[in-house]
Design a protein around this ligand. Sequence first.
Ligand SMILES: [Zn+2]
Length: 87
Amino acid sequence: MTVADANDAASPTIACPHCNEQTSLQLTDCAACGRPLDIVDPQWSAGSAGGATGASKVLMGIGCAVLVVIAAGVASFVACFAAFRGS
Ligand SMILES: [Zn+2]
């Protein structure tokens, strides 16, 4: 009866990859053996922290590319302006 009640609980459960016990997905560590569960579930970990760091890395890359383009444009503009005035 208690097993059926646990299976009918609202919180989903997964089998712990370390001890194979059913534990709640709401927990970050296995309730039976205490080992972390997020390292073995990429989809789950990506939604919490991995996605944010990935997005920030992409934003940093875009920012660096924009800075390089702006610097090159300003440098070429100044060079052309100086050459035009010099001649
Ligand atoms: Zn476990």
